[in-house]
Unconditional design. Structure first.
Length: 227
């Protein structure tokens, strides 16, 4: 089911940097990012369970949301993205897979518009934060923290610290598409500190996966339980 009653009209970076390339997103990501490897690792990390509400923030074409629902039909999956065109692709993908996912049009810092504070058991995000200005990276992480129940978990798969000269060189491809100013903080390893500033605890980089476009880091963190 799709709900676009409260669209967010602020500008955002489209999935591949330009709206006319949106239809190619799945093909490009599969080709350049070792998608199957990091998505499978993220799925194992998130480990969806029946009865859980899981927000996929910046869900794009819905690939990971569909993986979550397929792996655990008893979980409630909510895909959030500001791009109506990409949400249409996501809805079609879910229909083809025979799974029911709730699609919501909103920016990642406006999760309160689609899910009450403290309502999500888990939140996930993949290949989103590197595209955002630094204040928006922080705002999205703040919103993810707020959306989580106390004790809830977050999983993030994104371009993180580029540790070697080769990975930094390969990451230039992403930077030329998404913008140097937006992506450079990720390359310098800013994500853990932003997570900490948002209030997350138990922040851990679980895995670093080298790809033809730089290394993708899988992070976990949690909202601390209430005293």
């Amino acid at each position: 089911m799709t709900d676009t009653r409260s669209p967010d009209t602020r500008p955002y970076v489209p999935a591949l940097g330009r709206p006319e390339l949106t239809g190619l997103y799945d093909h490009v990501v599969a080709l350049v990012s070792r998608e199957r490897v990091w998505r499978a690792a993220l799925l194992a990390q998130v480990a969806p369970r029946p009865g859980e509400t899981i927000l996929d923030v910046g869900c794009g074409t819905g690939a990971f949301a569909v993986m979550l629902k397929t792996a655990c039909p008893g979980a409630r999956i909510i895909g959030v993205d500001p791009d109506p065109a990409i949400l249409a692709l996501a809805a079609a993908k879910a229909l083809k897979a025979g799974v029911e996912i709730e699609w919501r049009q909103a920016m990642g810092d406006r999760l309160a518009d689609v899910a009450p504070a403290g309502s999500a058991d888990k939140v996930v995000s993949s290949l989103v934060l590197h595209q955002c200005p630094l204040p928006m990276k922080q705002a999205i992480l703040d919103a993810m923290h707020t959306a989580l129940k106390p004790g809830g978990a977050m999983g993030v798969a994104d371009y993180g610290l580029q540790r070697t000269a080769l990975m930094r060189l390969l990451f230039r491809t992403v930077q030329m598409t998404d913008g140097f100013a937006l992506t450079e903080p990720n390359a310098k390893g800013v994500l853990p500190s932003l997570m900490a500033q948002a209030g997350f605890a138990a922040i851990e980089e679980r895995r670093v996966i080298p790809t033809p476009t730089g290394s993708i880091s899988l992070h976990t963190a949690s909202r601390p339980p209430e005293p």
